[in-house]
Design a protein around this ligand. Structure first.
Ligand SMILES: [Zn+2]
Length: 508
């Protein structure tokens, strides 16, 4: 292929993105490996903004939470929010970073209508925290993802584009979000698959939530992720040319976007082309990444130290004080669950994946002290229902108390384990207590031997041929009789009792 054609291939990829279909192949089977680094922006849950006293409440009337500082009026001066720094330090410590004693705010200059000052205050050469790591498990093995840096910055405003025919040609700007404190967490290029990226993000979000410094809500934009993606032949040390992928606003989208982008880059290389260094947007509707701007169009932000802010000094005593106040973090909680509740590490990993889930589990075990049984129900029926409805556990209609009550009913023999599945389904649908459901539906297990005997007698009388076959050695038929009795009692016969009685009756 001539250089000219190579060039063309690149352009085809560059412009023809909508008709472009990467080859359908599993990434794992390729001789290429992806190299992924992630940049996460997390909104800090302070009451006021990072450089002024305005409230950070979400969802207020546009432009009601603003002042001269966050709207960039001439002569106004920023004052750093101590609580925001404290939160950022917490994250740094929880992710094994070194907190730097001196950091510096800089101006990142660019024009955009949601940025009233014409620059964003951010940290550049001197971030607040460096050299940390987050641990994830990859095929049962622990893997460290390096954190290069964590720095603080202010959020920009939000543009809203007119949606009615009358307003279609207008865009509106809401400065309520301008100046909300953010941390940016930059990982090393250590991630090797979309799944690892998902695990890393989930762990980072869990840490933020455990620390209670960020809601972690991706849909509301309080936890956002950009990815740097490249591919290289397996065994090669040098990195390939990377593309930055933006606009992924859920965990599922991150994994899908990365999968697409990896396949796309491999296809480009296999077709003899070159991957272009550029920024690409994930289009969730089309399931593709689209070129947004190339390297030539990349911004030069002309960073320089913000003369309105003195260098940030963090003394060791303060860091120690914050370290002492750190709560139990996901990895520590996981270890404790394995030790205290004697559950498998796999269970503990899932149960500690969010603080709310861990709290739910512990509350339930407190009320029904059989940890593995509780874990089985949570990891099975409960998570299945939540996943189907795309709900978080704090939106679960079944409370820990109700789940514990239901497990108690199984233990006491009031309901069978089989019926319990239906009871759970109803509890999830209605939010009612299990007793109420069982009573209303008449699902109480039949523990009355006489009643079960009556049913067995009827079934034996109705199947003389099969009974004879059974008695002459066709023991497999036992299961058939069990099934018939269960059918006749709508699954309510106590299984143990039924087995014993049936064996006895069939003998004769
Ligand atoms: Zn303000």
């Amino acid at each position: 292929m001539t250089p000219y054609h190579r060039h063309l291939t690149g352009w085809r990829d560059y412009y023809n993105f909508s008709s472009y279909k990467p080859r359908e192949r599993g990434i794992d089977s390729m001789e290429f490996e992806p190299v992924i680094g992630l940049e996460v922006h997390a909104q800090l849950l302070t009451k006021s903004k990072i450089f002024c006293g305005c409230s950070t409440v979400f969802g207020e009337e546009p432009n009601t939470l603003t002042c001269p500082v966050c709207t960039g009026q001439p002569g106004s001066l920023p004052v750093l929010n101590r609580r925001a720094v404290e939160f950022a330090i917490k994250l740094g410590l929880a992710t094994n970073c070194r907190i730097t004693p001196h950091s510096l705010f800089a101006r990142k200059n660019y024009f955009y209508p949601d940025l009233p000052k014409g620059y964003q205050i951010s940290m550049y050469e001197y971030p607040l925290a460096v050299d940390g790591f987050i641990e994830i498990s990859v095929q049962g093995q622990k893997k460290r993802i390096q954190l290069i840096r964590i720095h603080m910055e202010e959020d920009a405003g939000k543009l809203k584009h007119g949606e009615t025919p009358e307003t279609a040609s207008y865009s509106y700007v809401d400065f309520n979000r301008t100046g909300v404190p953010l941390v940016e967490v930059v990982s090393g290029p250590d991630i090797r698959s979309p799944e690892e990226a998902g695990d890393y993000l989930r762990k980072l979000r869990a840490i933020l939530q455990y620390l209670e410094i960020c809601t972690g809500n991706m849909e509301e934009g309080s936890f956002r992720c950009d990815a740097n993606v490249s591919v290289r032949p397996k065994g090669q040390k040098e990195f390939g040319t990377r593309a930055e992928v933006k606009n992924m606003n859920s965990f599922r989208h991150v994994e899908k976007a990365l999968e697409y982008e990896i396949k796309r880059q491999i296809s480009v290389i296999e077709d003899g082309g070159d991957v272009v260094q550029e920024t690409r947007l994930w289009d969730a509707n089309e399931g593709v990444t689209i070129s947004m701007r190339s390297k030539e169009e990349a911004h030069d932000y002309r960073y320089f130290p913000d003369p309105d802010l003195v260098p940030l000094r963090v003394n060791e005593a303060w860091v120690d004080e914050i370290r002492k106040g750190l709560p139990e973090l996901p990895d520590q909680k996981k270890e404790r669950f394995v030790k205290d509740y004697q559950i498998p590490e796999y269970d503990a990993e899932i149960l500690t994946s969010t603080k709310a889930m861990a709290n739910y589990y512990e509350e339930c075990v407190r009320l029904f002290p059989e940890p593995k049984t509780v874990s089985n129900w949570m990891m099975g029926d409960l998570l299945k229902e939540l996943k189907r409805d795309e709900r978080e556990i704090d939106q679960c209609p079944v409370t820990p108390k109700h789940l514990a009550e239901m497990l108690d009913m199984i233990k006491k023999g009031t309901i069978s384990g089989k019926i319990a599945k239906d009871v759970f389904g109803e509890m999830y649908k209605t939010g009612d207590r299990p007793e109420k459901i069982v009573k209303e539906k008449g699902w109480v297990q039949i523990l009355d031997g006489g009643e079960i005997e009556g049913v067995i007698d009827r079934i034996i009388a109705a199947n003389p041929k099969l009974v004879e076959d059974y008695r002459s050695g066709k023991e497999k038929l036992f299961g058939y009789f069990v099934g018939e009795v269960m059918k006749a009692t709508k699954g309510k016969a106590n299984p143990k009792l039924l087995n014993d009685l049936l064996k006895e009756k069939l003998k004769k």
